[in-house]
Design a protein around this ligand. Structure first.
Ligand code: THU
Length: 160
């Protein structure tokens, strides 16, 4: 029997103003698309903005459904759009923000497990890390230099 320890690391910024201006810009685009989320059931709106290596910015917001599991998170809305429209482009950076209609989200909102698995697929496909920034409506911003920090022991194609 043996135990292993896996360490992951994040950089925490006190607020958006501490970030470089290109990331502030990307996050501001995530904020704008967040406002267009279709979230009548949860009232929890999420926006995601991806910067591709061809200079395009791809935006997505969560899209809910009366049959709840049929809805889709903002991150996957954006990443599947990027993957289908620009299959050869690499995703360099991803900014995520979430806000609730019922209370102010001050904690950074990380991507859910399914979104982490989907982002992992594209990071492995492109073979370069995706920088991920996430925040609530206000407050701290977490930066991960790669999806790997968010999904240790990930399942991927090498197991197939
Ligand atoms: N949601 C996202 O868009 N991204 C996540 O990573 C977590 C959750 C959405 C799904 C649903 O529309 C609402 O937030 C509440 O779970």
């Amino acid at each position: 029997m043996k135990e292993i320890n896996i360490t992951t690391s994040f950089t925490i910024f006190e607020n958006l103003n501490e970030l470089p201006s290109d990331i502030q810009d990307l996050m501001n685009q995530a904020v704008e698309i967040r406002k267009k989320a279709y979230a009548p059931y949860s009232k929890f709106k999420v926006g995601a903005a991806l910067l591709l290596d061809n200079g395009k910015v791809i935006l997505g917001s969560n899209q809910e459904n009366a049959a709840y599991p049929s809805g889709l998170c903002a991150e996957r809305t954006a990443i599947f759009y990027a993957g289908s429209s620009y299959p050869k482009a690499k995703i360099l950076k991803m900014a995520i923000t979430a806000a609730s209609d019922t209370n102010q989200t001050t904690a950074p909102i990380p991507p859910c497990g399914s979104c982490r698995q989907s982002i992992a697929e594209y990071e492995i496909k492109q073979d370069t890390p995706i920088e991920i920034y996430f925040m609530g409506e206000i407050g701290e911003v977490y930066k991960s230099s790669s999806l790997k920090n968010l999904l240790p022991l990930m399942f991927d194609k090498k197991f197939l």
